[in-house]
Structure formats: C-alpha cells, structure tokens
Design a protein around this ligand. Structure first.
Ligand code: 15L
Length: 270
C-alpha cells in the first residue's frame, strides 16, 4: 500500500492523522471540500465535494487505499446529512470501484449503536440501533461497504469510532474513548492486513468501562495502548460540569439520544 487518499482532511480527526500518518505511506493524498491551509511540500491536496461523483473520482484516481473521514460528523438536518453522508458515501465507494481501489477504511461511528442501554455489552454482530440521522447515515455507509466488498471484492474496514481525543473528557467518554495512536493502529490494519475482506470494529482504546465487545478488532491483531482509567480524574472533573440528563445517561449515544427525544425512554432502545 503506497498511495492513500484521506477524505475529510480538514476536519478534527483528519488534521491529526495528517501528522500521525506522515511518512507511513509513500503518497498520502488529502481531500476535503474546504481548501487546506499550510500544505507542506510533500503534501498533495485535491478539493472534492463528496456529493459530486466526478469530483470524487478525480480525488480517488490512482490511489490504492482510502481513509474515508469526509462528511458531516455530528447530528444535523437531513438536508445536510443526505448530500454529504448518503450521496457522498455512495459516490466514494462507487469511485473506489471504478478506479480499482483495493481498500477502503470507513469512519463509522458509535452512534450506529447509540440506542443500546449502557448496561448491555454489544458486539458488532448485534442489530444497529442508530440514535440520530447522523447515526443512520453511518449505518448506511457500513451497509454500502458490505455491498461493495461482497459484490466487487473491495476490502473494507468500518471503524465505529467512539470519541477521538487525547483523553476522555467525561464519564460517557471513559467507555468510548480512542486515543489518536490507537485509531492509527486500526486504520493501518484496515489498509494493510493481508486477509481483510469486510469487517466492522469498534474504534475504542483499552477502556475498562467499555460497553463493547471488540473481538473482531482483536482477531485482526489490534492491541490498543491507550487506557481510559489513566485519565479518570480528568473525566470526573469534566462530568461534574455537565447538567444532569437522565435520558442521555440511559443510552450509549448520550445526548445524541436525548436530543429531539419524544415519549417514555423506558419503552425505547435495546
Ligand atoms: C461522533 O461520532 C462524533 O463525530 C464526535 O463529534 C463525538 O460526538 C463522538 O461521536 C461522541 O460520541 O462522543
């Protein structure tokens, strides 16, 4: 794997990976709808609106692998989610097929499973229970990945990213945190593992309070180094600043579940 495209390069995760992946691949091509500031001499940038297939094809042409971070990364109206995350994700996989790309690492999200109750431990074989339009769009992306893997032989890794930060900022994030280095490890498994066909894993570090069974990731050789418990005091301090939110606290997706929620939470979720 020598030539890799990263979409969403101007975003929070993209910006960090731009540094962490420096020198790992011979060519790391960056793409986003917004132009990137401060390009280094060895960085290549291709502007692309994910909703425009021709633009996405230009960004994809000639690469062997794609890290697809692009799109809307939080809950938004359907008028924003649809072009960027539904049409955009279709365009990305379709462009990958047309240009003979070997691997796609899809940045999915914990919000695919947000309506599971926190007392449950869920694996990647459980039914999806999205907590938002955003979560639904990520479930769609996972399904697209399976389709392109099974029909056309693309290698696809979907990473249900928890919360990507240097340390967990509250108690919910103690369960779903992933350190930047651990995410790099998972992305490299997605691009480089010799036998990968289609897999879904949780993007989580070694979190003692995890709600997820990440056996699929471990089977692929993932060995997370970040330990959420090392940052417990910071997370507790962050939690103390949050207003109580009983609906959010009931489900894994937190505020993504309580936003716009109507009715009795006892009768909802899984
Ligand atoms: C996500 O999927 C979002 O992209 C990120 O902004 C956080 O909200 C994260 O989930 C989270 O659940 O903390």
């Amino acid at each position: 794997m020598e030539k890799v495209l990263m979409t969403g390069a101007a975003g929070g995760i993209g910006g960090r990976l731009r540094t962490l992946l420096k020198g790992v691949y011979r060519e790391l091509r960056l793409s986003d709808v917004t132009t990137l500031a401060g390009l280094a001499k060895d960085e290549q940038f291709v502007a692309a609106d994910l909703a425009d297939l021709a633009q996405v094809e230009r960004a994809v042409a000639g690469v062997e692998g794609i890290i697809h971070l692009g799109g809307v990364s939080i809950e938004k109206p359907w008028s924003m989610i649809h072009p960027a995350n539904i049409v955009g994700c279709y365009n990305l996989f379709e462009a990958a097929r047309r240009h003979g790309v070997r691997r796609v690492v899809f940045a999915s999200s914990n919000h695919v499973m947000g309506f599971y109750r926190r007392r449950r431990r869920v694996g990647t074989d459980a039914l999806v229970r999205p907590d938002s339009r955003y979560g639904v769009s990520k479930a769609f992306g996972e399904a697209l990945g399976a389709f392109y893997a099974d029909k056309y032989g693309l290698g696809v890794l979907c990473i249900r990213i928890g919360n990507f930060t240097d340390k967990p900022v509250d108690m919910r994030r103690m369960s779903i945190w992933i350190s930047p280095d651990d995410l790099v490890q998972l992305i490299r498994i997605g691009l480089e593992h010799p036998d990968l066909r289609y897999e879904v894993v949780y993007g989580a570090s070694d979190n003692a309070r995890s709600w997820w069974d990440n056996a699929a990731a471990f089977r692929l050789g993932y060995r997370p180094k970040g330990r959420a418990e090392d940052h417990l005091a910071d997370a507790q301090a962050g939690q103390a600043k949050l207003a109580p939110n009983p609906i959010a606290d009931m489900f894994e997706g937190g505020p993504f579940c309580s936003d716009e929620f109507v009715g009795d939470p006892e009768t909802r979720g899984a």
